[in-house]
Ligand binder design. Structure first.
Ligand code: GUN
Ligand code: FE
Length: 453
């Protein structure tokens, strides 16, 4: 049921700040006509009963059943929409081979608008039904297909940030898949921004345009500089890949004589609304630049196992105050599930801390001292951290934030959560949800109070 101008009575969890889980116990969340949370009333407040009875009497109350928990919708900070057809395959070669052998040929097919619609529709549906209410998408170089992704997100009600991908460097991009010229890349970006902002179905701004240089190797310097100028003019979001693998990192060092972060900064591409995917090989100076620019990192733990050859030091980045969210990197990461990526982030951080070489003594095996993150940090980066990274009021249950949320049914028979009444209380329930939930445990999903799955 749609929840605009209604109230939901729910137990659930959110992580408004890193390290603290706020447990909601039959809380009343009032949603306004604009889809934002107008007020939250907790059990024990003096007028709690009165409000609850009044909403119930007027038919404006939805009460979640026992065993159902409300979570903020996931924010997936890094999705390659056109790569969905190869999800779960093509993970046998390094990044630079994978791009030319599998990924560019697949993305080139989006020249065909019919193919684009056929693959984008189930992707958006599957993300929503897995609880992802906000996604930051790379589309392809194609204007029409990128627009189709915008249309589909608007039709299905997903909050989305979409970029027409820029790839104009002849030396690194194949003839069959690149922008026709640097001018065409820049003009195409401008036209795409205008399309999204002027879309008649986008009055509430649920879809935002993103300036999207794929990564430095795929772009010419002239175009990177032009994209920086567009960002200054339009104030839009920026997304790109940053220092992902040894190869990608070294490529930029040898072409520009500096790191990705330094080079992007020089082009005016590091700002409050910039999201840098991966960022595994950041130097201390890069981290400081990203922090002072208030840019964000999209940590993609599962993808990094296949392509990065390194683990992003998530805990260190969070402790430095860098904005970090979580990304699936479909299809570099073979899962659309943000639960799976939370687990991936926890696993990777434990391996970073312990090290992996049994030939070394334990005290020499790990790299970073305390590097582990727990379910609280994983949940934070998957929700509130992503909202902060995007500078959008999503990812937490607080007045003024959009009601983007989903229900986890811990009693679903075909699900994978098994709670024990006498053992599991409070945060422990969230811990079990993060570690064991699957698609069958996910119930209703809302974006700005509208039912979307
Ligand atoms: N670097 C440039 N393009 C890509 C891509 O599509 N996926 C990943 N993981 N890294 C990239
Ligand atoms: Fe990627």
């Amino acid at each position: 049921m749609d929840l605009r101008n209604k109230t939901i009575c729910a137990s659930g969890f959110h992580a408004p700040e890193r390290g603290r889980i706020d447990v909601l116990d039959d809380a009343l969340i009032e949603i306004g006509g604009d889809g934002a949370i107008a007020a939250i009333h907790r059990h024990g407040e003096p007028n709690y009963r009165t409000i609850r009875d009044a909403r119930e009497a007027s038919g404006e109350l939805l009460t979640l059943p026992a065993g159902a928990y409300l979570l903020p919708g996931f924010v997936d900070l890094h999705v390659h929409a056109p790569q969905y057809p190869q999800l779960g395959s093509a993970l046998d070669v390094p990044l630079e081979v994978w791009l030319h052998k599998y990924t560019f040929p697949l993305e080139a097919r989006y020249e065909d608008l019919g193919f684009a619609r056929q693959s984008y529709q189930p992707l958006v549906e599957d993300l929503l039904s897995n609880g992802t209410t906000t996604a930051l998408y790379f589309a392809t170089v194609h204007q029409e297909a990128s627009r189709a992704l915008v249309d589909i997100c608007l039709e299905k009600g997903q909050r989305a940030l979409v970029g027409k991908v820029v790839m104009d460097n002849e030396a690194e991009c194949p003839d069959y898949y690149r922008d026709a010229s640097p001018d065409a890349a820049v003009k195409g970006t401008r036209e795409f921004i205008d399309y999204v902002r002027g879309h008649p179905g986008n009055g509430e701004g649920h879809v935002l345009p993103v300036v999207t240089p794929r990564f430095i190797p795929s772009c010419t310097d002239a175009t990177l500089a032009e994209l920086g100028a567009i960002v200054r003019e339009c104030g839009c979001h920026v997304q790109t890949h940053c220092s992902e693998s040894d190869w990608a990192h070294q490529y930029v060092l040898s072409r520009h004589g500096m790191t990705d972060a330094q080079s992007l900064d020089r082009f005016g591409l590091l700002g409050r609304r910039t999201v840098l995917a991966h960022s595994n090989f950041l130097t201390e100076a890069d981290m400081e630049t990203i922090r002072t620019r208030e840019s964000a990192v999209a940590h993609c733990p599962i993808s990094n196992v296949y392509f990065a050859g390194a683990v992003f030091p998530l805990r260190a980045a969070l402790e430095k105050g860098i904005h970090v969210g979580l990304g699936t990197d479909v299809s570099g990461g073979p899962s659309v599930s943000m639960f799976e990526n939370c687990r991936g982030a926890m696993l990777a951080s434990r391996l970073l801390e312990s090290g992996v070489d049994p030939g070394l003594p334990p005290e020499e095996r790990g790299t970073f001292g305390t590097a582990r993150i727990d379910f609280r940090d994983a949940f934070y980066v998957a929700t509130a951290g992503g909202g902060i990274a995007l500078d959008l009021p999503v990812g937490q249950f607080s007045p003024g934030y959009q009601f983007d949320a989903f229900v986890v049914d811990t009693t679903a028979e075909k699900g994978t959560i098994r709670l024990w009444e006498e053992l599991d209380r409070g945060e422990d329930i969230l811990q079990k949800i993060i570690y064991t939930a699957s698609r069958a445990n996910i119930g209703a999903v809302w974006v700005s109070g509208r039912s979307v799955a």
